[in-house]
Design a protein around this ligand. Structure first.
Ligand code: R5P
Length: 307
């Protein structure tokens, strides 16, 4: 069975690099809008192939999501023998529970429509491992922590690894274990999509440098609040490492003004036009290795994220 990598329009640069590492070329799924805003995608037929559709569902979220679903249908109808969606960033994953009566569980809705369109999903650092269970198909949940650790390791000394909210504690513990460092966490309360409030810092951060780790940076409100709270609690230098760097407005201005020592995000989504200063760490090697092993039906072993 031939391996075919199809690049959705969300992230051609990453798809090209993944394809290069796999020794192939990415097939572009053409996505041209009709005048009323409908998308039209088209594939070179993939009859009998093991097809991997690489798409991030970062902004513009709904265009990228619709394109992924249409590409999946095109691949199925043109005879793909096996179809895997490689979703480098899953939108809506944070809405994994009902905050109040009357809310949907949006993460389940999105996981369900993607999972019904393909045979298998490859994802990287989903907001929580529980989101895996929302997909009606098998999920290979990869982690970018390994590639972020490689970049962070030479910079850390007496750092404390900080989770900027309770949800990031397990991630912080993984970094801390790998680096032999202690942990702390920030008690955060979200007030709105763009506002958070810090209720306190738990752990010993005084006179220590901090490495703040999170799954994603959207508006930057969480990171800004964490940095300010940690400085208020006596922490010195600050490094931030997150998998998904969306940098939605006003992140460029607010994070840019923090005077961080370093900010690392991966290339799971393309950078916006005006991001804050940061270093991009590529997940191309992780994705290409996972795709290669899945194609050859080998175990993913250490590539898979553990809780
Ligand atoms: C929250 O649970 C997530 O892990 C992130 O901390 C958060 O969603 C980041 O969003 P923002 O940058 O808008 O605060």
């Amino acid at each position: 069975m031939d391996l075919v990598l199809v690049a959705g329009s969300s992230h051609a640069v990453l798809a090209t690099e993944v394809a290069r590492r796999l020794g192939t070329e990415a097939q572009a799924g053409l996505a041209c809008p009709f005048p009323d805003g409908e998308l039209h995608v088209s594939l070179t037929p993939v009859r009998g192939a093991d097809v991997y559709l690489l798409q991030s569902t970062g902004p513009p979220i709904h265009d990228h999501l619709a394109e992924l679903l249409l590409l999946a249908d095109a691949a199925r109808r043109s005879g793909a023998a096996r179809l895997t969606a490689v979703v480098t960033y899953l939108a809506y994953a944070r809405q994994d529970r009902r905050a109040q009566d009357g809310d949907p569980i949006s993460a389940r809705v999105v996981a369900d429509i993607i999972g019904r369109s393909v045979d298998r999903v490859v994802a990287i650092d989903l907001h929580t491992t529980a989101v895996e269970a929302f997909f009606p198909c098998p999920v290979e949940h990869l982690s970018a922590i390994g590639v972020l650790l490689e970049r962070v390791r030479p910079l850390v000394t007496d750092h404390v690894v900080v989770a900027p909210d309770l949800g990031a504690v397990k991630r912080a513990e993984r970094f801390a274990r790998a680096l032999g460092l202690p942990t702390a966490y920030v008690r955060k309360r979200r007030l709105s999509g763009r506002e958070v409030e810090v209720l306190g810092v738990e752990g010993d951060v005084r006179d220590r440098a901090a490495l703040i780790v999170d799954d994603m940076i959207s508006t930057g409100a969480t990171i800004v609040a964490a940095v300010e709270a940690l400085r208020g609690a006596g922490a010195r230098a600050m490094i931030v490492a997150a998998t998904h760097g969306l940098f939605v407005s006003p992140a460029a201005r607010t994070i840019g003004g923090l005077g961080l020592d370093a900010l690392f995000v991966t290339d799971s989504v393309p950078p916006p036009t005006d991001p804050p200063p940061h270093t991009r760490v590529s997940i191309a090697a992780v994705l290409s290795e996972a795709i290669d092993r899945l194609h050859r039906e080998l175990p993913l072993a250490e590539l898979v994220r553990r809780a």
